[in-house]
Ligand binder design. Sequence first.
Ligand code: FES
Length: 159
Amino acid sequence: MSKEVKQGQDVQKLVRTLVEDLGHEKAELIPILQEINDELGYISDDAITELSQLMNIPTSHIYSVATFYRMLSTEPRGRHVLQFCESAPCHVAGGRLVWQKLQRVLGLENGETSPDDKWTLLTTSCLGVCGVGPVMIIDNDLYGNVTPEQVPDILSNYK
Ligand code: FES
């Protein structure tokens, strides 16, 4: 998944198109934010300002929604976002060793993005599939029963 960097007028155009297509109703805010996030890789200040004007919603409200949901980000992220479950059932199933291996292989701490913008590493709370812990999600792909040994192979699937 590669994301073209859009700025200024491109962002305005994107936001206008989404509001025209999806509607001005407040209920459409989250779907529109999701589309912006997918398109830009995050929700930029420009996009929030434009959305605020078009939907007549305060920027502070849009910002609080954009920072509340795990699938949305107000910071630029890497091309691939890896979310690792840090809740207790995954932890006791061996998650700690997998997490350490991920940090070592990627050279990243929680919340960091690699200098080449390829990876963002995040922890997340329970993903609801504790029976197959340790669990992680890369972009939209879910991996269960992950072992430290599998980490390099899994990561190599992402270019
Ligand atoms: S604790 Fe990891 S998926 Fe539930």
